[in-house]
Design a protein. Structure first.
Length: 281
């Protein structure tokens, strides 16, 4: 059986691809710069509005870019416990704080603002003093961002749930579906290719792209209909309709998908994967 499956998947583009992420960085950076320019904090006295706009956007744009880039690049194994669970929450604002402190020292020197009498002598002491000031700010704004992301994810209106029909799985629109089975953005469609676990998020791939959503792979795997796909690894699920087969690579095995993606197969699941998927053509 090698039918393609229309697949139900989770929703809301929580962690977008690099293109949308760059636009999000620009939007947040400029919006934050405009807001600070209008509020006129005491850190930029005597500057015109245009100068304040350049000054504050110069602060916020690199900081948001650093935070979102680190957030985007933090894959973690499924089932992470202890401190590792909080790395995607803690590391981005700390990185943003370091970037903000360095940029702040530079821009204050360029614009000739700030109370230079209170700045410690030497770069390292001055950086430490600036970090003590900006770290709570970076943590606060990162917390607001995560709360907004979580709220938007819960407000995602699209709904889809699988309905079995013979050897094919179709997707029907329904309102009363489990939280982990909410529809992807329309631009991605519902033809599921694979799901990979990264910390407390799931990276959902379709032929049109990918999106990140909160959730656990174990729960989603249990909610999907039997025969739709196979879990080849504790962190990876693949749709059988997109599998080209298994191939040996180095000391292990990978699953080859028709999108060109390859995902690792764990030793524990290899025998079952060979039976369900077979060798690559």
């Amino acid at each position: 059986m090698n039918e393609r499956y229309a697949s139900p998947v989770v929703s809301f583009d929580v962690v977008p691809a690099w293109g949308p992420l760059a636009r999000l960085c620009g939007l947040l950076g400029v919006a934050s710069g405009v807001l600070l320019s209008l509020l006129e904090p005491a850190a930029a006295p005597g500057l015109s509005f245009l100068e304040r706009l350049v000054f504050w956007t110069g602060h916020t744009l690199p900081s948001w870019t650093a935070m979102l880039a680190v957030w985007r690049c933090l894959p973690q194994p499924d089932g992470a416990r202890g401190f590792r669970r909080f790395i995607p929450v803690i590391l981005p604002p700390l990185t943003g704080a370091v970037v903000l402190a360095v940029v702040s020292l530079f821009l204050e020197a360029v614009f000739g603002v700030g109370d230079m009498d209170d700045v410690p002598v030497g770069f390292a002491p001055a950086l430490g003093d600036e970090l003590a000031t900006v770290t709570p700010i970076a943590v606060f704004f990162w917390g607001l961002f995560l709360l907004a992301r979580h709220g938007l994810a819960r407000l995602s209106a699209s709904r889809s749930i699988p309905v079995a029909h013979g050897d094919t799985v179709f997707v029907s629109e329904m309102r009363d579906l489990p939280p982990l089975l909410q529809g992807l953005p329309d631009r991605l469609g519902t033809d599921l290719v694979s799901i990979s676990s990264e910390a407390q998020y799931l990276r959902v791939r379709t032929p049109r792209g990918e999106a990140m959503v909160p959730g656990a792979l174990k729960e989603l795997d249990a909610a999907l209909p039997p025969g739709l796909g196979f879990r080849i690894h504790r962190s990876h699920w693949v749709a059988l309709g997109h599998c080209k087969g298994l191939r040996k690579r180095g000391g292990g095995w990978v699953c080859c998908l028709d999108t060109g993606l390859t995902l690792p197969v764990s030793r524990r699941r290899l025998a079952a994967a060979k039976k369900a998927i077979g060798p690559a053509a």
